[in-house]
Design a protein. Sequence first.
Length: 141
Amino acid sequence: MKRRLALLCPLLLLCACTKTGHLYNLKTGEMFTFRYTANGRGRGTIDAAFGSGERLRGEYSIVTGGTVSWGSVYASVYSPAGSASGNANSIGVTAAGARHGAAILTGDKASILDCEFVVGLDGHGTGACRDKDDTKYRMMF
């Protein structure tokens, strides 16, 4: 039995699993559900539908070890000052095992969402998105 489980675990990491999360428009209060594929490799696809009927699709990538350019979108939603420089640690987004990621979604009616997020070891996370009109969204998954 242990041998079967040892063989099965690596296969489960390669399996693409669809999960859901929510985006909250911080101007209107509308909530939108999005679906994303988690393939265990730090990359995947995202699919969302706005209340207007517009469908958005894109991809995400998780960065381990942080990045210098990460944090401006996240800080614009979560920080009172609305700006950030440096990495996530400089805006207070640290937790044991937390990983940072970015996503971009484009819509069939020309919307664009630029997102940044933090995900914990349990796979749950929070994030922030900003569209091309500077509308801000809070992301929870």
